[in-house]
Write a protein that binds this ligand. Structure first.
Ligand code: BES
Ligand code: MN
Ligand code: ZN
Length: 504
């Protein structure tokens, strides 16, 4: 879908755009704003009448559609409520945009022109607000229908182009150009997470990362099982040993900062399919476990976003790609493996595999690249769904400042995070009687916390945060800005944190 901006004062419908819808964003108020009467004095009276005869009050995300509006060239007139200006933040504009696209799609229009005169009292300037509106429209436009050969989603009514008329259109265009790179990253993440496990498996996932990110200037290094065995990644390798696919560690470097700047780093769990291994999962719903590479998906999408917008920062990211399968060669519950850190791990449950993958990635990252901080993302525990549900991710950290930055960015992009506690009383639950650590808790409760405590043993006191995104990487139903399925959670959040604190 194409989105462009036009200068509001000079905006005129063309033969092409008039074939679609005209959209007016209206504040919650007793009377229509003055500019509405300038559109067409004849149509104005009819709009007023239509509003009077409906329940439309201009409340946020309220929509009133008038078909074949008399006196106007357009085929549809869509009125969208934006509420009261002072309650309007960036993500409100995104939700309004997403909701609007849903309506436009269901109307079957191909083109729409949106008149945006700003909203009194809104803190964002108009160009910024228009950019966020465009962001919401674009986020909602995502579809994953490549495997439908009969009834394609894209045969459904689809908006092809949208023009947003706004006063400072040049600035809006500039802002959206940068944002478009970020949205490409979000869409790439969604694609990766929606792909099934037979398509995204460790070997071709690694190739796809290389093929997609190398041309954007990201340096890629792919380590196979031989290299990892030589390094001593016994923890990560144990997870993939029941799979016929070769496990991979992919290291991605974006060098947009000054040469000497210490990098920041992101680490992702990339279990391309999680059967549970010998501690096999029940079959009901197991198909969902194709999304168990969601953490890596976010990291890869983030790297795309940073490269596309040429972020002025040095970043080293690592994803551990493995498939967790039951097999004659798979690891057994009770096996002891030696991790890259030298610490031994008793694998009491082969379904607690994500932490085994991350342990070696985290250790390698801090040991080799000496980053300012590490943030890992993982669909790590079912327990985080029990605790926080499907809309909020879990945040665990050894560093208050890093946590604050993540929480702040999370508020800005409306990708919700909640910090959970850590501490020695949880840590002692993962002491093993025969090895340094065991991969599951000896107790029953706080499963997301004990998983985080496990990771903490492999970060060597580097500032670190862990985002458990098992509940938010996919959505069981569509929202204003995300269709059902992969959400791309985290790409915009981490991009925002980098932009705010680590560039220039
Ligand atoms: N990939 C799962 C966690 C998960 C659950 C992700 C639901 C998305 C939705 C993870 O590898 C896992 O199996 N965790 C176990 C840990 C347990 C064995 C300690 C879990 O949560 O049950
Ligand atoms: Mn598992
Ligand atoms: Zn898993």
């Amino acid at each position: 879908m194409e989105i462009s901006f036009a200068q509001l004062a000079r905006f005129k419908p063309t033969a092409k755009t008039a074939r679609g819808a005209l959209v007016l964003l209206l504040p919650e108020a007793k009377t229509l704003p003055k500019w509405a009467s300038d559109i067409d004095s004849d149509a104005y009276g009819k709009i007023k009448k239509a509003i009077a005869g409906s329940r439309f009050e201009g409340k946020k995300k309220q929509i009133l559609t008038i078909l074949a509006p008399e006196g106007l060239q357009y085929e549809q007139l869509v009125l969208v409520g934006v509420g009261k200006g002072k309650e309007l933040g960036a993500n409100c504009h995104e939700h309004i945009g997403g909701k609007l696209l849903g309506e436009l799609n269901s109307l079957g229009v191909k083109q729409a022109s949106i008149l945006y005169h700003g909203t009194k009292g809104c803190k964002l300037d108009e160009a910024e607000a228009a950019m966020h509106l465009a962001t919401g429209l674009q986020l909602k436009s995502y579809r994953f229908d490549k495997y439908k050969t009969k009834e394609k989603d894209s045969d459904k009514p689809t908006v092809e182009s949208i023009t947003i008329a706004v006063e400072n259109s040049r600035e809006a265009t500039e802002l959206f150009k940068t944002q478009a790179g970020v949205l490409d990253g979000v869409f790439f993440t969604r694609d990766l997470v929606n792909e099934p496990g037979n398509v995204i498996e460790p070997e071709n996932y690694a190739k796809l990362i290389d093929k997609t990110l190398s041309p954007l200037g990201v340096k890629i290094e792919i380590l196979g099982e031989k290299e990892m065995a030589k390094m001593g990644c016994g923890s990560l390798l144990s997870v993939g040993q029941g799979s016929v696919k070769e496990s991979k560690m992919v290291i991605m470097k974006w060098e947009g900062g000054k040469k000497k700047d210490q990098p920041i780093s992101f680490i992702g769990k990339g279990v391309t399919f999680d059967t549970g291994g010998i501690s096999i999962k029940p079959s009901a719903g197991m198909g969902d476990m194709k999304m168990d590479m969601g953490g890596s998906g976010t990291v890869v999408g983030l790297m795309m976003a940073l490269a596309k917008r040429k972020a002025k920062v040095n970043v080293v990211s690592i994803v551990g790609l493995v498939e967790n399968m039951p097999d004659g060669n798979a690891s057994r519950p009770g096996d002891v493996v030696t991790s890259l850190s030298g610490q031994t791990i008793e694998v009491l449950n082969t379904d607690a595999e994500g932490r085994l993958v991350l342990a070696d990635c985290l250790w390698h990252c801090q040991d080799k690249y000496k980053p300012k901080f590490m943030v890992d993302l993982a669909t790590l525990t079912g327990a985080i769904l029990v605790a926080l549900g499907e809309t909020t991710g879990g945040l665990f950290s050894n560093d208050d400042k890093l946590s604050e930055k993540l929480l702040e960015a999370s508020k800005t992009t409306d990708e919700k995070l909640w910090r959970l506690p850590m501490g020695p009383e949880y840590d002692e639950l993962i002491n093993s009687p025969i090895a340094d650590v065991q991969n599951i808790s000896s107790g029953r409760w706080g499963g997301s916390i004990t998983a985080a405590q496990f990771l903490k043993r492999f970060v060597n006191d580097v500032p670190w945060a862990h985002l458990d995104i098992a509940g938010v990487a996919t959505a069981s139903k569509a929202s204003d800005i995300t269709p059902k399925g992969a959400s791309g959670f985290g790409v915009r959040l981490l991009n925002e944190m980098i932009l705010k604190h680590y560039e220039g």
